[in-house]
Design a protein around this ligand. Structure first.
Ligand SMILES: NC(=O)c1ccc[n+]([C@@H]2O[C@H](COP(=O)([O-])OP(=O)(O)OC[C@H]3O[C@@H](n4cnc5c(N)ncnc54)[C@H](O)[C@@H]3O)[C@@H](O)[C@H]2O)c1
Length: 348
């Protein structure tokens, strides 16, 4: 029997769940949060009060939550190394799943998640919220409708000069399995590939550095706690049909300012995301425009992705960010670390 609202459980009620998953599901008219889970009592208590769930529906063990609660959807916002196990468990319990980026910590894990999705016949959607800003959705439409001709190069950069995360397990390899490449590189890489409709990757040449993040002036943690492999990752990725992407991601870099952008270049034009600029080559002129997106949703990007996922679940449509796309991104991220380690180009 179809219920009035999708019953949602949240696993991991830390920073991003508090700021985006809980408000995102609360804004969604098709859903209600009925249970939450966190192993940390403080995060569990905060999650409970924000999500407004009954106290006997707050769990410290997600297996127990999945067993006791009759959930339709599970929203997972745990550290990277705790993405695959609860995703598989929730799918096996018959729930649709929304899981944070990076989808997992290896392509093999993503394949296991896809296999669980296939046997469960539920939707598995990955949070790649950068795609769901008004500008990104407009850019996608512009590119898909031929606005830039054939795209052949993208530049994806998320460079922080001083931005080592000071909370959660981001700098702990046991929890994150990667540094800025996994944390913020994945956002801009995903957006670039999404705009280019996910070309098939062939090879990666990359390097990573850990040179300055351990200085007390750069990070607030004890340097000994910094166990992820890099503070800066730079990669050049080749795809089929002569398409290439340049990627850079840093938490610490001696640059004059942060640089965060995704630019796509094509045979007839280009797109730059921030500030949002469209380029068209017409009549021997470069026509550059800074468009205003009409009919702005005014929703946060997490809330928009959640809304689209809830609609997909209730109308039997595919997930807005299918794990097959996240698998391509994950293969590239794996390739970046493998190439850095090998000191040479690797196939993806
Ligand atoms: N999409 C975005 O813009 C965005 C932004 C920040 C973080 N994230 C992602 O969200 C995830 C969480 O990041 P965060 O900043 O919220 O970290 P966080 O440390 O604040 O929150 C993670 C929470 O998960 C809990 N947890 C860990 N293991 C658990 C388990 N087995 N069962 C239940 N709860 C468990 C922790 O106790 C913690 O409260 C990461 O994967 C990160 O990459 C995404």
């Amino acid at each position: 029997m179809m219920r009035d609202k999708l019953r949602v459980g949240i696993i991991g009620t830390g920073a991003i769940a508090q700021s985006n998953h809980i408000p995102g599901w609360q804004q969604c008219e098709l859903a209600e949060i009925v249970a939450t889970c966190d192993i940390d009592p403080e995060a569990a208590a905060l999650g409970r009060s924000l999500a407004k769930v009954d106290k006997d529906r707050v769990y410290s063990d997600y297996e127990k939550m999945l067993e006791k609660e009759d959930l339709d959807v599970v929203s997972i916002a745990t550290p990277n190394c705790v993405h695959m196990p609860p995703t598989v468990a929730a799918l096996e319990a018959g729930c649709h799943v929304l899981v944070e980026k990076p989808v997992a910590t290896s392509a093999d894990e993503v394949r296991q998640m896809i296999a669980a999705r296939d046997s469960s016949q539920r939707l598995l959607c990955v949070v790649q919220n950068m795609r769901f800003s008004d500008e990104a959705m407009a850019a996608k439409q512009f590119v898909d409708e031929g606005g830039i001709g054939d795209a052949y190069w993208a530049k994806a950069e998320y460079l922080r000069t001083r931005g080592v995360p000071s909370w959660g397990g981001f700098i702990d390899n046991e929890q994150s399995a990667g540094g800025p490449c996994y944390d913020i590189g994945v956002h801009v890489l995903d957006l670039a590939l999404h705009l280019m409709s996910f070309p098939e990757p062939v090879s990666v040449s990359a390097n990573t550095w850990l040179e300055i993040a351990n200085k007390p002036s750069v990070m607030k943690h004890n340097p000994k706690d910094y166990t992820v492999p890099e503070e800066l990752a730079v990669g050049f990725i080749r795809f089929e049909n002569d398409i290439c992407v340049s990627l850079g991601a840093s938490w610490a870099l001696n640059a004059p300012a942060n640089a965060n952008n995704v630019s796509i270049y094509g045979t007839r034009g280009g797109v730059q995301m921030w500030p949002f600029t469209l380029v068209r080559e017409e009549h021997d002129m470069m026509l550059n425009s800074t468009p205003s997106v009409l009919g702005k949703k005014g929703r946060g990007s997490h809330a928009e992705e959640i809304r689209q996922l809830a609609l997909a679940i209730t109308s039997g449509e595919p997930a807005p960010v299918p794990p097959e796309e996240a698998l391509i991104t994950q293969r590239i991220l794996d390739g970046i670390y493998a190439s850095a380690e090998a000191g040479e180009e690797v196939s993806v």
